[in-house]
Design a protein. Structure first.
Ligand code: DGP
Length: 126
């Protein structure tokens, strides 16, 4: 998939639309999901132009990959949801079967309360 520079997260990165920023460094931006699914719901995105996890692993430099995954756990520590507290979940939807809506790689970091089953039962999803 060709990266679409008009996707909503690209606009957030360019500060063309606002977000509730939680953490930022040279490689990543973390901000609140506009439709939170749990008490804590943060999106962690790389600053580079990658459509999804596959694209990221194909094209990103080692330093970008390392810094991205380090940032996810760093954000979890800042949020006090890391494994040493009550735990959290990270989710990254890749492509249409997974329901990826925004074509810029993002990890959902959810926590702050019981999260529940990893997936709805097979017959429960729409
Ligand atoms: P996914 O389905 O994995 O592509 O999740 C996309 C998420 O992005 C979804 O949970 C809602 C969130 N989202 C969509 N538009 C915006 C926006 O403009 N601002 C913020 N903060 N989040 C958004």
């Amino acid at each position: 998939m060709v990266y679409d520079r008009n996707n909503i997260f690209a606009k957030i990165l360019r500060e063309e639309i606002p977000c509730k920023k939680y953490y930022e460094n040279d490689f990543v931006l973390a901000f609140e999901d506009v439709y939170p699914q749990r008490k804590i719901h943060i999106l962690v995105i790389p600053k580079g132009e990658y459509t999804d996890l596959d694209d990221f692993h194909r094209k990103a430099s080692d330093i970008e990959i390392i810094e991205f995954f380090k940032a996810i756990t760093h954000v979890a520590e800042l949020l006090k949801v890391s494994a040493q507290f009550d735990g959290y979940r990270v989710i990254s939807n890749v492509g249409s079967n997974a329901g990826q809506e925004v074509p810029h790689l993002h990890f959902h970091l959810v926590g702050g309360e019981k999260i529940g089953r990893m997936l709805p039962k097979r017959n429960d999803y729409g």
